[in-house]
Design a protein around this ligand. Sequence first.
Ligand SMILES: NC(=O)c1ccc[n+]([C@@H]2O[C@H](COP(=O)([O-])OP(=O)(O)OC[C@H]3O[C@@H](n4cnc5c(N)ncnc54)[C@H](O)[C@@H]3O)[C@@H](O)[C@H]2O)c1
Length: 245
Amino acid sequence: MDSNAVDPLSFDVSGKHVLITGGTGGIGMAFAQAFADRGSHVVVSDIKPPAEPLRHERMRFEMLDVRDEAAVNALAAKMEKLDVLIHCAGTLVPFKEHQPGVFEKIVDIHLFGNVRLAAAFRPHLKERRGCIINIGSMYSYFGNGRVPAYAAAKTAVMSLTKSLAIAYAEDGIRVNAIAPGWIDTEISKGGQNDEAFNATVMARLPSKRWSPPVELAGTALFLASAASSLVNGVMIPVDGGYVAS
Ligand SMILES: NC(=O)c1ccc[n+]([C@@H]2O[C@H](COP(=O)([O-])OP(=O)(O)OC[C@H]3O[C@@H](n4cnc5c(N)ncnc54)[C@H](O)[C@@H]3O)[C@@H](O)[C@H]2O)c1
């Protein structure tokens, strides 16, 4: 192997430049810490600042609403380098997403946010043969009457991941996604506290627990590293066996 070749057995992410949307949320912050702890430079972006000061000199915060195309483009113009783009921003509004206005807002964040970010940062990622990691959901695989917009958007994120993987391959950019299972964060509090809903989830879930977001981070590190150089266009469920059951 020549000295410039990528080692397909390397999980190293040190020196990589990483942008995480929804970065002050539960999963986004777990990812930010995992990457920064391993030597990456992480831009944590969100519509709300971090609850606590960022504990790494390699982490910095940028206010960013992924619905705002001009703001996404402005951040892309400001950032010189990017190796890893992780679109983690998200929200849901149980029972209200049947209203068209609410439906549109949810899809705007999860799906169109993805499109805006990918378009704005494609040149950066091309320059460094980087990658995109999208965030799906169990609802990428099946519907849910409480959150129809969220489920539709997450299913579309799976399709978009495949399409971008095909389109961006010519630039040396890989595009993959993670489908988290039942993770203990702000967005899932309503479900965790709803006794009937929680019982339904637990009846099907082999791991029988809501999991901390750090249990997703190893998969993000893998997808961002050379160890996954041949992995492209897939959504990996990290779900304690839920999809399998
Ligand atoms: N927690 C789970 O069980 C679970 C399961 C499957 C998928 N997910 C997905 O994981 C991702 C992260 O969610 P989480 O669990 O960390 O929830 P979270 O609520 O802790 O974090 C979501 C973050 O997104 C930010 N955000 C919302 N709207 C935004 C916007 N317009 N622009 C930028 N940021 C915005 C919020 O401020 C918040 O910090 C989401 O896409 C969510 O759908 C979570």
